[in-house]
Design a protein around this ligand. Structure first.
Ligand SMILES: [Zn+2]
Length: 437
């Protein structure tokens, strides 16, 4: 592959490179279009103790991502053209990877009044979402979809019915009963996935269901897609690696739901350990049952779920180091998602490597109309180099993120991005051998 002036100039054998060009030897590695994560919280503006554009994009680069899409649930929310302009300008200055911005569906993400969707589109947002929250009023959501369709913007939705979920903190099931924690039932997600399918059918807007966690959601999506409804979904590694048993501590998890993957994450080392009620196992939607995890994996394997992402949600130590009920939802994920997805899907022989890469590249690019996800001549030279078999241990202290809230600390993983190239510039590389002159 020949890269000139930040663009892909040619791909093929025996390319003649101009004199003085730098040479990368990616022998034995996978070279693919730069990975895209369309669900990332960069916490700017207003929550820079958790993360900022520089640290969040550095974590993305280490994870192999050349583009990220940031969520608008910031302080203030990204619900005006001015805030979009501010983030785009700062990202261009401080970010090491491409940052695409989403705008809120409703003003201040309050779910009451629509944000200026046309103005947001003109300011450059690639989608609208109230992520972290969910518009409960179906009529308001219908109008949002109609405007989004008019402005050719996808609507991304965090699917959560407040009346069913109330103040649930973990999956409603066996373990919530054993642990005495309030349950967040699967139906709380499925009801809104069903609502979104109906509204996508009614309005013709593209609706994308974020971080799917429940088996019923996958079944609904599979059926709707068969009928040609413009609906799509995404899944995050924590939902297809862990289960609600993880909230009961590592011992309980490895003894039951974790048995199958324990052989993947250890070989010569001992299994990672964590206590009961570890707040790094608290996310929204929550970790669900083994049956739900299986359904998410099936949905990914059969193409029902076309997109993989992290829902990278950094929080400070002091915020997470409280009782389970009081901790904020969310975990960081940019640096572990590629390996976890490779392990559960490709190494486990459920999905081909090409299909997995599509879920990180061309599929999100298509949904959001991004000029990315390709290695065609003339495209931006955003490239990720992956070592499929590299075994490594993720340690939160090595993370480029400002926050360390990961349930995968100390996990032995297999597969890693070893070089991340954005517009022809190497923004991260594992070993100097790859950047030999
Ligand atoms: Zn969310």
């Amino acid at each position: 592959m020949l890269i000139i002036d930040g663009k892909i100039s040619a791909v093929g054998k025996n390319l003649s490179a101009p004199k003085g060009i730098r040479h990368f030897d990616a022998g034995g590695k996978i070279v693919c279009p730069g990975l895209i994560d369309l669900h990332v919280h960069l916490r700017e503006p207003g929550q820079t103790a958790k993360e900022n554009l520089a640290t969040g994009t550095a974590a993305a680069a280490r994870g192999g991502f050349t583009s990220v899409v940031c969520m608008p649930n910031t302080l203030p929310a990204i619900d005006t053209a001015g805030t979009v302009a501010l983030i785009r300008e700062r990202a261009a200055r401080e970010g090491v990877v491409n940052v695409f911005v989403t705008g809120a569906i409703t003003k201040n993400i309050a779910g009451e009044e629509l944000a200026p969707i046309g103005g947001l589109k003109r300011a450059g947002v690639v989608a609208i979402t109230d992520d972290g929250h969910c518009v409960q009023n179906h009529e308001l959501m219908r109008h949002a979809c109609q405007y989004a369709k008019m402005f050719d913007l996808p609507v991304m939705d965090h699917c959560q019915d407040y009346s069913l979920v109330t103040d649930g903190t973990m999956h409603e099931g066996y373990w919530s009963t054993v642990l005495g924690l309030r349950g967040w039932p699967s139906a709380g997600e499925e009801v809104i996935v069903a609502r979104n399918i109906l509204l996508a059918e009614l309005t013709g807007a593209k609706i994308h269901c974020q971080h799917l966690s429940a088996a019923g959601s996958v079944a609904l999506l599979r059926d709707a897609k068969k009928r040609g409804v413009p609906i799509s979904g995404e899944a995050c590694p924590h939902h297809f690696v862990l289960t609600d048993a993880a909230v009961a501590g590592s011992e309980k998890f490895w003894a039951a739901d974790g048995k199958l993957i324990s052989s993947l994450v250890t070989r010569h080392s001992s299994l990672p350990e964590w206590p009961k009620y570890d707040t790094n196992c608290k996310m929204n939607p929550p970790l669900r049952s083994a049956r739900d995890r299986e359904a998410i994996l099936e949905g990914l394997a059969d193409g029902t779920i076309e997109i993989l992402c992290s829902d990278h949600a950094p929080h400070c130590d002091y915020e997470k180091e409280v009782e389970f009920d009081y901790a904020p939802f969310g975990i960081i994920g940019l640096e572990t998602e590629l390996a976890l997805a490779l392990m559960q899907l490709v190494h486990a022989k459920r999905l081909s490597l090409a299909d997995l890469i599509a879920k990180f590249t061309v599929n999100p690019a298509r949904l959001l109309n991004l000029p990315k996800g390709t290695l065609s001549a003339g495209a931006d030279a955003d490239v990720t180099v992956i070592d499929l078999d590299c075994e490594w241990v993720f340690r939160v202290e090595d993370s480029a993120s400002k926050s360390k809230n990961s349930p995968f600390n100390g996990w032995k993983l297999k597969g890693k991005a070893v070089a991340t190239i954005v517009a022809g510039k190497t923004v991260w590389s594992e070993k100097s051998e790859l950047v030999a002159a």
